[in-house]
Write a protein that binds this ligand. Structure first.
Ligand code: FMN
Ligand code: SF4
Length: 700
């Protein structure tokens, strides 16, 4: 037990009359785990929130229901609170959470002016019809509808009647999201609010009138002692003189306290960076997108945004007596304890760590950090809109069961390949009680993950922590791991396994273009083998750093990657390689014959930010181009506009992977159970690999 190390974090607290067993709060986040149609609360949502409650948090704030109903369409994967008939099914969820001595609030927000791919047919609404476009953001070009006074009054009644329903459904309290760039913020922010009536920007009283009226009406109908928490923006960065200042942030907090709000979740908003305002590491991808001289002192810019909200939270805490909550991107239990000890906040919000492992609090309490599935802040979980979300490390996320059940019969299982799919399959199979042996042809476990970390670096995404987690688990579960062991069908058959899982990874695939044997072509197989060799001796962190000094171009020690680089392949691997090369001073051109392949598999926010950066750095992309031929001068293409073009190149790097079914085909029909999973089945990305390992091992 290491509870003492986290004394404050595990000490009880309260929000109004609601007692919390500790200071861990699962903050609200759309998972889209609810169903569409009439039966909204289904097994996926119950499994997740049940797992989080069981995992030890003191309070869960569930994601906002579809507040815009009846303006939305049926496909929306949020729960509904617009009619009493939904109360019984929501109660099933709150009962489930309560069983684990965990309290539950829900969040209410209206997206307001925010939209684009994140909106359904509901109209975008705001205080004023402000026209605003940010290259980093998702606001559409057309201005939102400015609410009339009658409409504002309708919304006050709507929010309050929905609050009554969630209270009846067993919720212990409510969080009003007046932060981000949502509806309430559009009234509070002088940037968005250009009205000239009593809801206008003339005074703080006017700016807050709408949200204050909503809260007062909720208190009136639900009772003064039913807790209402507000998520507030204590500072608005990037909106110039019209943004919320730090003094205004304090004033706002005081208004909330004066009207009986029970607790405050304190955040900052970065104008024009919707996701970057709560997933802060995005701001640093691929490089910090804000000029250094514009970084304000109101926020903490160290540690890639992990502590960005701390100064605001501390400022607000000083002036209110009600509990304050803070969340920042990437908080760990250590940061949380530090913040609580220093008195910067009373309660700490966690989100992605609980996506990655709902057992996070229990594992911390038990002193078992090595058993926590690590969140690497890849933000893969934030990429799907209105589709069940996925996590790269927690394969159960989005499924209906988080537990691993013991198998009815112990089987002899051989796993071939020590990448993410293989390690996951071996771990889960062993956890289920099978006798598992894993063979890996290379010198280390992790498959392409160390190479990926070499290319991406380890500051924004801690990929090595995934490898460490799996290695530890395989050791604890006594999986027999054989490295540098290339297996043949005969070696496998001699062992008489009950089940064989093949997870040997994909093989490099090359485009069909004349001149691939030209001396300026460096095939991905050569580069990968070279990097793999280096990684036997050095860490990904070191090799990432070393490539900034020297970029070898093959086994010949005198050959380096030239100044002008042409990459063939514009999906995720080509784009990430392009970023890596451009950061090492290369002039990069990316050619992708299939237009639909450009940026494929990159999360949309990353793709957007990367492509903005490409434009700034002069990385040129030819999509939909026909490859004509390679010679020592470079690559000749025909652009999608039909123009023949010679792309001069010192180094041409074709990238791409194809599936690999060789071993699978040879073993087909010869073992009782045989599976080909991960990249060797279908080259994709990490969540697909860990997901495949989980699925197969659970059915052996
Ligand atoms: C997929 C996703 C959806 C989110 N949706 C919401 C939301 O609906 N309301 C909200 O207040 N915060 C939302 N957030 C922000 C989280 O509550 C939290 O502040 C953020 O993830 C940072 O905390 P973490 O580093 O522990 O993940 C979302 C975050 C993610 C990753
Ligand atoms: S997908 Fe990535 S960021 Fe999201 S919870 Fe999983 S590991 Fe963390």
């Amino acid at each position: 037990m290491t509870t003492n190390k986290y004394e404050k974090l595990f000490s009880p607290y309260h929000i109004g009359k609601v007692q919390l067993k500790n200071r861990f709060v699962k903050t609200a986040a759309q998972t889209y785990f609810f169903e569409s149609g009439e039966r909204r609360v289904g097994d996926i949502a119950k499994a997740f929130y049940g797992a989080v409650a069981k995992g030890g948090v003191g309070l869960i704030i569930t994601e906002t229901p579809a507040m815009e109903w009846p303006l939305l369409e049926d496909g929306d994967r949020r729960f509904r609170v617009d009619n009493d008939k939904y109360i019984p099914q929501i109660k099933e969820l709150t009962d489930l959470v309560h069983k684990h001595d965990c309290k539950v609030f829900t969040q209410f927000y209206h997206r307001g002016p925010w939209g684009k791919e994140y909106q359904f047919i509901a109209q975008r609404i705001a205080a004023s019809a402000v026209h605003f476009v940010s290259e980093y953001d998702v606001h559409p070009d057309d201005p939102p509808h400015a609410l009339t006074i009658e409409e504002i009054e309708w919304w006050v009644d709507h929010f309050a009647s929905c609050a009554v329903r969630v209270q009846k459904a067993g919720y212990d309290g409510l969080e009003i999201n007046a932060g981000a760039d949502h509806l309430f913020h559009s009234f509070i922010s002088r940037f968005w609010n250009r009205r000239d009536d009593e809801y206008g920007p003339q005074t703080m009283e006017n700016r807050m009138r709408f949200v204050v009226n909503v809260i007062k009406e909720i208190k009136k109908r639900c009772g003064e002692d039913w807790p209402v928490q507000v998520l507030m923006n204590a500072y608005e960065f990037g909106a110039g003189e019209l943004g919320i200042t730090k003094e205004e942030g304090i004033e706002i907090a005081k208004v909330y306290e004066s009207i009986g709000v029970d607790s405050l979740q304190v955040r900052n908003h970065l104008h024009g960076h919707h996701q970057g305002s709560y997933l802060h590491n995005l701001l640093w991808y691929p490089e910090l997108c804000i000029p250094k001289d514009q970084l304000c002192e109101e926020m903490d810019w160290s540690k890639y945004g992990d502590l960005i909200n701390v100064p605001s939270a501390a400022r607000v805490k000083k002036v209110v007596t009600k509990p304050t909550i803070m969340t920042t991107g990437g908080f760990t239990a250590d940061y949380a304890e530090m913040v609580l000890q220093k008195g910067y906040a009373d309660i700490i919000g966690f989100n992605r760590r609980l996506f990655a492992d709902p057992n996070y609090p229990n594992r911390i309490r038990e002193g078992r950090p090595e058993d926590i599935q690590p969140c690497t802040h890849c933000n893969n979980c934030a990429k799907l809109y209105n589709q069940v979300r996925q996590c790269r490390i927690n394969a159960a996320f989005g499924l209906t069961r988080y537990e691993i059940d013991k198998a009815d019969k112990k089987k002899k299982v051989i796993v071939v390949g020590g990448g993410p799919a293989g390690m996951q399959a071996a771990r889960v199979a062993a956890e289920r009680g099978h006798d598992v042996t894993l063979y890996e042809a290379g010198y280390y476990l992790g498959g392409n993950m160390p190479m990926s970390a070499t290319i991406k670096g380890t500051t924004l995404e801690d990929i090595p922590s995934i490898i460490k987690f799996f290695k530890t688990q395989l050791k604890k579960l006594k999986v027999k791991v054989h490295l540098v062991k290339e297996v043949t069908p005969d070696t496998i058959l001699k062992e008489k396994p009950d089940a064989v899982v093949i997870a040997v990874g994909a093989v490099p695939g090359y485009p069909d273009v004349p001149g691939l044997d030209s001396p300026n072509v460096i095939k991905s197989a050569t580069l990968y083998n070279l990097v793999r060799f280096v990684l036997i001796f050095f860490s990904p962190k070191f090799s990432h750093w070393f490539t900034k000094i020297r970029l070898p171009g093959g086994w010949n020690p005198f050959k380096t990657i030239g100044k002008r680089v042409v990459i063939i392949g514009g999906a995720i691997h080509g784009c990430q390689l392009g970023e890596f090369m451009a950061k090492r001073g290369r002039q990069v051109t990316i050619v992708e014959p299939d237009e639909n392949n450009v940026g494929r598999l990159l999360a949309p926010e990353y793709k957007n930010r990367l492509f903005i950066w490409f434009r700034k750095k002069g990385v040129v992309m030819y999509s939909g181009a026909k490859l004509v031929g390679i010679n020592k001068e470079g690559l000749k293409i025909i652009t999608k506009e039909g123009q023949e073009k010679m792309l001069p190149a010192d180094s041409i790097l074709p990238v791409g992977f194809v599936s690999n079914t060789e071993l699978y085909e040879k073993l087909k029909g010869k073992v009782p159970e045989l599976y080909n999973i991960g990249d060797c089945d279908n080259p994709a990305i990490l969540p697909d690999a860990t997901g495949a390992g989980w699925k197969i091992a659970n059915q052996i």
